[in-house]
Design a protein around this ligand. Structure first.
Ligand code: SF4
Length: 256
C-alpha cells in the first residue's frame, strides 16, 4: 500500500515556523497490518529524523504513544493501518489535546500526573502487617468491584478527549478519577473518605458532564464514565457501601 500521512509538527526552536503546522509524507510498501507506530518509525528513519513522538513498549502496555489519529485518541502501537485508512488514503496524526505541546507529537504530561498525584493513588492501610507475613487477604468478590480500574495504564487518552478538561485544566480529569476509584472501592484500603473529599471539591468529579468521550477513547476498554459515576454516587451517599456489586459489572470481550 501507499499511505499518506498528515502530521502536526511543532518545534519551539524553529525560526521558520513559530506555530504548529501540518506536514505531509508519503510512505510506500506499507502493509495493511502494519501498526501506525511502525509507519511513524519509517517516516522518522527514512524521511525526517527530526520527527518526534513518544513510544516505549510498543505493546499497548506503557501508554506512552497516545496520540490523536484521524481525530480520535488512540495508542499508535495498537492501531493497524487497515483500521484507519485504505490504499492511497491519508492518516492524520496530531498530539493529544489539552496538554502543552513540547515538540511535534510530544506533550508535557506533568499537568496530567499532577492531577494523578492529587487523588492519593496508592494503597493506605495503617493496621499492622499480618503477623504470619501473608498479604492482606481479600475475597474474589471484593477484588472484582475494582478490577476494571486496575487496568489503567495512565496513557491520558481519556483525559485528553474530555471537553471539560480542555475547557478547564484544573479539572482532575477522567484518568485521575479512574485511579482514585481503584483504591476507593478496595475493601482493604482505609483512605476512601479522604479521596472522596478531594474529588468532591470544585475541580473534582462534578466537573464531569457525562459527555462519554472518555470511555471509547480508553485503549484498555475501561468503563471510564461508569467509574466516574460510581465515585459521584459514593460522594453523594457519603459511603462506598452497596454501590458496586460484582454481578452488575458488565463482562468485556477480550478483557483480561
Ligand atoms: S482510563 Fe484508559 S484512557 Fe484513561 S489513562 Fe487509563 S488506560 Fe488511558
Amino acid at each position: 500500500m501507499r499511505i499518506n500521512f498528515r502530521i502536526r509538527r511543532y518545534n519551539p526552536e524553529s525560526t521558520e515556523h513559530k506555530k504548529p503546522y501540518w506536514q505531509e509524507f508519503t510512505v510506500d510498501n506499507v502493509e495493511a497490518t502494519d501498526r501506525v507506530l511502525e509507519v511513524l518509525h519509517r517516516i522518522k528513519w527514512e524521511q525526517d529524523g527530526s520527527l518526534s513522538f513518544r513510544r516505549s513498549c510498543s505493546g499497548g502496555i506503557c501508554g506512552s504513544d497516545a496520540m490523536r489519529i484521524n481525530g480520535r485518541n488512540r495508542l499508535a502501537c495498537k492501531i493497524l493501518v487497515r483500521d484507519v485508512v485504505e490504499d492511497g488514503g491519508t492518516i492524520q496524526v496530531e498530539p493529544i489535546l489539552g496538554l502543552p505541546i513540547l515538540k511535534d507529537l510530544i506533550v508535557d504530561m506533568e499537568p496530567f500526573f499532577a492531577h494523578y498525584r492529587e487523588v492519593m493513588p496508592y494503597f493506605v492501610n495503617n493496621d499492622p502487617v499480618p503477623e504470619d507475613g501473608r498479604e492482606r487477604l481479600q475475597s474474589s468478590e471484593d477484588r472484582e468491584v475494582f478490577d476494571d480500574t486496575t487496568n489503567c495504564i495512565l496513557c491520558a487518552a481519556c483525559t485528553a478527549s474530555c471537553p471539560s478538561f480542555w475547557a478547564n485544566g484544573k479539572y482532575v480529569g477522567p484518568a485521575a478519577i479512574v485511579q482514585a476509584h481503584r483504591f476507593i472501592f478496595d475493601s482493604r484500603d482505609q483512605a476512601a473518605q479522604e479521596r472522596l473529599d478531594i474529588l468532591g471539591e470544585e475541580n473534582g468529579v462534578w466537573r464531569c458532564r457525562t459527555i462519554f468521550n472518555c470511555t471509547p477513547a480508553c485503549p484498555r476498554e475501561i468503563s471510564v464514565t461508569r467509574a466516574i459515576g460510581e465515585v459521584k454516587l459514593a460522594i453523594q451517599r457519603g459511603s462506598t457501601e452497596g454501590i458496586i456489586h460484582p454481578d452488575t459489572i458488565p463482562a468485556k470481550q477480550g478483557h483480561h
